[in-house]
Design a protein around this ligand. Sequence first.
Ligand code: ADP
Length: 172
Amino acid sequence: MIIEVIKTDITEFELDAIVNAANTSLLGGGGVDGAIHRKGGKKILEECITIRNRQGGCKVGEAVITTAGNLPCKFVIHTVGPVWNGENPKTNTLLANCYQNSLEIAFNYNIETIAFPNISTGIYHFPKLKAAEIALKTIKNFKNIESFKRIILVCFDEENLTIYNNLIKQNI
Ligand code: ADP
C-alpha cells in the first residue's frame, strides 16, 4: 500500500470511497462539503438526513457513511474536523480521530481505495503543517492499513501539496 499525494478535485475520483470534511449538521456546507453535495446530488443529502434523524448529526472526530449519488466513487465517508481555536492537545486528537474513524468505517465496508481531503485546513483554519503531520501519522499507524490498495491524500491548494510532498520525502 502506498500513500499517494495528488493535487486535484476530490469529486473526480472513481474510487471505492472519498472522505468529506463535513460539519456536525451533515446538511452540507462550503468548501469540499459543498462540492461533494453539489456534484453528488440529492441522494447523498437524503441519506445524511436519515442519519441525522437517527443519531442527531455527526460529532467532531466521528464519521458516517453514505452512498455517493452522482459521484463516480461508490461511497462518501463524512467526517467532522475540529475548528482550530489555538493550540490544544484535544483539538489534535479530534483531527486524528477523523482519519482513524474514517479508515475504520472504510475497513468495515471492505473499501480498498480511498481519498481524503486535507480535513480542517480550509474554513476550520487548522494549521496546515500540523494537520498534515497528524493525517500521515494516523494513517500510517492504522492497524489494518495493509487491507488498503490506495490511500490518496488530495491537496487542493499548492501550499498543502508542498507540505505533504516534503513530509513524504522525509518519510514522516
Ligand atoms: P474544513 O471546514 O474541514 O476546513 P474545507 O472544505 O473548508 O473544510 O477545507 C478542507 C480542505 O479541502 C481544504 O484544504 C480545501 O482547500 C480543500 N478543498 C476544498 N474543495 C475541495 C475539492 N473540491 N476537492 C478537494 N479538496 C478540496
